[in-house]
Ligand binder design. Structure first.
Ligand code: UDP
Length: 325
């Protein structure tokens, strides 16, 4: 099978590329490098069947209406699977790149769908738990339509992803593309950037550097954290079906942010203290996936316990060195 992975040099995308190669597939990773980095796939560069293209999918993927698109020497011609994963995913990143975020969710999703349509490929868009906004239903089931502020600072991501879902369904309904949607909840693991702003890499970096851990607000807000390997397994199982979804992918083990900070301090053996800082605007108060649908459709559920995943993540950051994180 030949797969195109947009965002293939990102945190999640790079793990997906690696797993596809391990499974014997050819992979073209397309990445603008806004939040991805070639270092994430450096170890894949010599593997047969792997290509990395530095390119913004929002500029098109070579369909007639895209105009000239420079994909280097790579011909995307025959493709079996398009995984559309490109998008800044950290609130800090999408606040810094609001227009790029909207572009990749709209034009980028359209370009990836067009590629799937003309190749007859399976298409999966990686949506997000953020489509539920600050949820009034807990845990979140796929049937819940969400509580999103359409003009707040997070809206470029939330509404962008909601638009991408609508576009995906329109291609499925009217153009018969084998397209589906997964909604990814908070995921963590090796290759997150220490400065990407998200809670786990931030706390681990701070703890290893002996700096205070910046807990936003009183830390009573919750998140449910999925280790990257589990997420990749669920995503590829979904890609192997013809389902439309949406399907929630995440680990229902729910923790307060304060608990996450305390666990990181314990896992690193750090003497860092906790410092409370301002809560970002529209920060969701709770988040936890209901994964009944993933269990039923994919026979999938997360296997890696938080303690184990955290240990692996800390080990990776230690190896990287605090200065590089
Ligand atoms: N958070 C925190 N300190 C940080 C970074 C994040 O307390 O240094 C909190 C943030 O306010 C949110 C949660 O951790 O409640 C998860 O934030 P993250 O940016 O990882 O992702 P989100 O789930 O908000 O998209």
């Amino acid at each position: 099978m030949r797969a195109v992975v947009t965002g293939g040099a990102g945190f999640l995308g790079s793990h997906v590329c690696e797993r596809l190669l391990d499974d014997g597939h050819e992979v073209v990773a397309v990445d603008s490098m806004i939040s991805g980095t070639p270092a994430n796939v450096a170890h894949l560069r010599t593997r047969p069947g792997f290509r990395l293209v530095r390119h913004d999918v929002a500029r098109g993927l070579g369909a007639a209406e895209d105009g000239p698109v420079d994909l280097g020497a790579v011909d995307l011609g025959s493709v079996d699977l398009v995984l559309h994963m490109a998008c800044p995913a950290s609130p800090v990143d999408y606040a810094a790149h609001p227009l790029e975020t909207l572009d990749v969710a709209s034009r980028g999703t359209r370009a990836a769908l067009e590629l799937a349509a003309r190749s007859g490929a399976r298409f999966v868009t990686t949506s997000t738990s953020e489509v539920y906004g600050d949820p009034l239903v807990h845990p979140q089931r796929e049937e819940y339509w969400g509580n999103v502020n359409p003009i707040g600072p997070r809206s470029v991501y939330d509404e962008g992803k909601r638009f991408a879902e609508a576009l995906t369904m329109a291609y499925r309904r009217s153009l018969d593309v084998d397209a589906g949607i997964v909604r990814i909840f908070n995921t963590y693991g090796p290759r997150m950037r220490g400065h990407d702003g998200r809670v786990v890499p931030t706390f681990v970096r701070q703890a290893l550097a002996g700096e205070p851990l910046t807990v936003c607000g009183d830390g009573s807000q919750t998140r449910s954290l999925c280790f990257v390997d589990d997420l990749v397994e669920g995503l590829l199982r979904f890609a192997g079906t013809h389902e439309a979804g949406p399907v929630n992918l995440g680990n229902p083990h729910e923790l307060t942010v304060l608990q996450i900070a305390e666990d990181v301090i314990a896992a690193t053996g750090s003497s860092s203290r906790i410092e409370h800082v301002d809560l970002p605007t529209d920060d969701p108060k709770v988040r936890c996936p209901d994964i009944t649908r993933a269990r039923e459709l994919l026979g999938w559920e997360p296997k890696v316990a938080w303690e184990t995943g955290l240990e692996r993540t800390v080990a990776w950051f230690r190896e990287l060195g605090v200065a590089a994180a």
